[in-house]
Design a protein around this ligand. Structure first.
Ligand code: NAP
Length: 177
């Protein structure tokens, strides 16, 4: 079993700008629309746990639902999933360890944990096993942070570093045990 983060940040550690915009994620030209690794990553994942804000930002994009695997939205107050997504998305709440156990018991062993506050609540409980960050070469100055406060230091081991499209750096770390 593993809880895995796969996310893009600015150099200064933000995952969305101060208006929740993500257009800067696409600032590095990719004219041939090369898969920078996300599809390959998703092939090794059983289910996604995403924070309510991340879910709402994807649902508001008016694009075809992008995930071929079950998605669980982490929320204390969301009760209803819009009709067209009901078969693909469910709502869960509880402490990170409870939610992890509940999803593992359903047979979802490799979980993709997504959304800033959601990831932070998992880091605070030391429940992230692997972290891949693709750093986009921009300073945003303000926005939605990836990281927050922690009750203790968490050490990671470097697993790989790749340059993507010549301008972004994709770094994978695994939790030291
Ligand atoms: N750059 C990237 O690769 C990337 C990736 C993902 C997301 N994003 C962006 O990041 C932004 C969203 O991140 P975010 O930090 O605002 O939040 P988020 O984690 O997506 O959502 C936060 C919400 O998740 C729920 N939640 C979090 N911890 C919880 C807990 N312990 N128990 C129960 N529910 C919990 C709460 O929902 P309730 O308030 O309903 O209780 C909370 O308000 C969006 O702009 C999104 O587009 C960027």
């Amino acid at each position: 079993m593993a809880n895995i983060v796969y996310i893009a940040t600015s150099i200064d550690g933000f995952i969305a700008d101060r208006n929740n915009k993500l257009d800067w994620l696409h600032m590095v030209p990719n004219p041939e629309n090369i898969d920078t690794g996300f599809n390959n990553f998703l092939n090794g994942i059983d289910a996604i746990l995403m924070g309510r804000n991340t879910f709402e930002s994807i649902a508001d994009m008016n694009i075809a639902w992008p995930y071929p695997i079950p998605v669980f939205v982490y929320s204390r107050r969301l009760k209803v999933i819009p009709g067209e997504l009901k078969d693909k998305v469910s709502v869960v709440c509880g402490e990170p360890e409870e939610v992890t156990t509940m999803l593992n018991n359903k047979g979802y062993w490799r979980l993709y944990i997504d959304g800033g506050k959601t990831i932070q609540s998992f880091f605070r409980k030391d429940l992230i096993d692997q972290l891949t960050i693709t750093m986009i070469p921009v300073l945003l100055g303000d926005g939605v942070p990836l990281f927050g406060t922690l009750p203790k230091h968490l050490e990671f081991k470097l697993a790989s570093v790749k340059t993507v499209l010549g301008e972004m750096v994709c770094t994978t770390y695994r939790r030291k045990i």
